[in-house]
Design a protein around this ligand. Sequence first.
Ligand SMILES: *Cc1c(COP(=O)(O)O)cnc(C)c1O
Length: 371
Amino acid sequence: MIRFLDLGPATEEITGEVAAGWDEVLRTGRFIGGRFVDGFERGFAEYCGTAHAVGVANGTDALHLALRALDIGAGDEVVVPTNTFVATAEAVVLAGAVPRFADVDPDTLLLTPETLKAAVTPATSAVVVVHLYGQMADMDALGRTAAELDIKLIEDAAQAQGARWRGVRAGAWGSVGCFSFYPGKNLGAFGDAGAVVTSDREIAERIRSIRDHGRANGGHYQHDRFGVNSRLDALQAVVLGAKLPLLDGWNAQRRELADHYRRCLDPDGAKLVTVAPEAEAIHHLAVAQVRNRDKVREALLARGIESGIHYPTPCHRLPPYASYFGNGALPVSEAAAERIVSLPLYPHMTMAQVETVAAELNHVVERGAAA
Ligand SMILES: *Cc1c(COP(=O)(O)O)cnc(C)c1O
């Protein structure tokens, strides 16, 4: 049996430190805020190379609060790639704005300047760039394009904690970077959690206020703006603080395993997503495009090998988005959704397991994948 993802070994590495931290939280009763939340926020900002990090309840809220802090809402359109997890588009709707879906590059399956420009209208005020699968979108070109179009750039780095583009981390390129710490992410909590990073002090302060009922100036019952309750809690901050120093090592292990997939898979059958030379990917997912995807998954499962699809339906084809925000066909994403398969990958997987998965896949895959 080869599991798609096994969180057990990573959890084991930190159980001692988590137990000690949780014991302190229980003894002191500081369940909201406190030194573990502050400490993780400082550590994560430093890790990302930004001046500020603000912990929030989950990745969807990170995006939602980032948009609100940038004053994006009713009357605004926000471009998002259709090949992403639904939360990217959902956050735009939560902020009161309208998502405009963009297609992606056939090799990286990420947003490009061309697909961004094709989706822009006069009402567009921002773009959410998604570093899907732990890759990096071309931040030089997309940054330039966003500046030319005079729209704000927000990064959805939910799958890219620690990834770099020309040495600069995901989240540090846009006005704001948004992270999820859902348990299965490369940096995952023991429940839901998220964060927003930025080097703009005013934006950071606005997000701190919005996540806490619009409180301002330390006044418990002074509410200067409409807010929500979306705080990172102390118990999750203990977990994240214990994991953060191990993240680069885990990401390096994922990179070695992903490189091994690339060596072992027959490129004429399985076309792995392309990583640009400027990018240091963290391989949240190992995604290949194959022609006979459903047959491949069945054959793998018959040998006890789990796999996934990220994602089976592009956002613009999901019922609520198609009916309210449909903006036509996006052929590259639609074709890719029929061919993508996510192979098992997590830091504690072995090279031998990668070889087993690759051998099985090479055996059943239809050739001519490059087409
Ligand atoms: C996980 C994820 C989110 C949402 O994060 P949650 O913590 O589950 O709310 C947003 N965008 C992408 C690309 C994700 O993978």
